[in-house]
Design a binder for this molecule. Structure first.
Ligand code: IMP
Ligand code: MG
Length: 175
């Protein structure tokens, strides 16, 4: 695929590290003495999740679910489960780990799926929160950054599979 795009750094590696650490601290305080089940939503959240877990001071298990909805920079709104959970969320304090909450459609879908499995609690933790873009009103208890409507890449986030390895978060301007 031929691509012509510019990137502008939005959040540096250092700032991301600091915010991830603060978020991990909040989670560790809120769930002190408990054990949580982190469910990382693939593929975008794998970088964030790997840094987050190394800052947690509570006990946890990690599982992954792979969901797909985006094509290029547009959400299709049509969620598909590409790969299922292996852990049983029943009776667990579940924390969903997402790269970014945009329309909220993906998180809403996942919350509904999970509620059928009787977890003790479910909360959401996102690296980025695009609050103004909501179609579904979902609660995001933990987020490292709130942003506007810009399409961002890096630190796990992609555009058509590219840019995931950038150590910073950048705004992608497609020309
Ligand atoms: P939602 O269902 O619209 O909330 O979208 C959630 C998913 O869309 C995220 O998990 C991302 O994978 C993807 N997404 C939304 N906005 C962006 C963006 O700015 N850059 C990269 N991926 C995005
Ligand atoms: Mg995603």
């Amino acid at each position: 695929m031929k691509m012509n795009a510019d990137i502008d750094v939005l959040f540096t590696r250092e700032l991301i590290q600091e915010r991830v650490r603060q978020t991990a601290r909040r989670i560790s305080e809120d769930f002190k003495g408990r054990k949580v089940l982190l469910i990382a939503v693939l593929r975008g959240s794998f970088v964030f999740c790997s840094d987050l877990i190394r800052e947690l001071t509570i006990e946890f298990k990690v599982d992954f679910i792979s969901l797909s909805s985006y094509s290029g920079a547009v959400s299709s709104g049509n969620i598909k489960v590409m790969s299922e959970l292996r852990e049983d969320p029943a009776g667990e304090d579940v924390i969903i780990v997402e790269d970014i909450i945009d329309t909220g459609i993906t998180l809403d879908f996942l919350l509904k799926e999970l509620s059928l499995k009787n977890p003790k609690s479910v909360s959401a933790c996102a690296l980025l929160n695009k609050k103004g873009a909501r179609i579904k009103d979902v609660a995001v208890k933990y987020s490292c950054f709130e942003i506007g409507g810009q399409f961002v890449v890096g630190y796990g986030l992609d555009y058509n599979g590219l840019y995931r390895g950038l150590p910073y978060i950048a705004i992608l301007k497609i020309k």
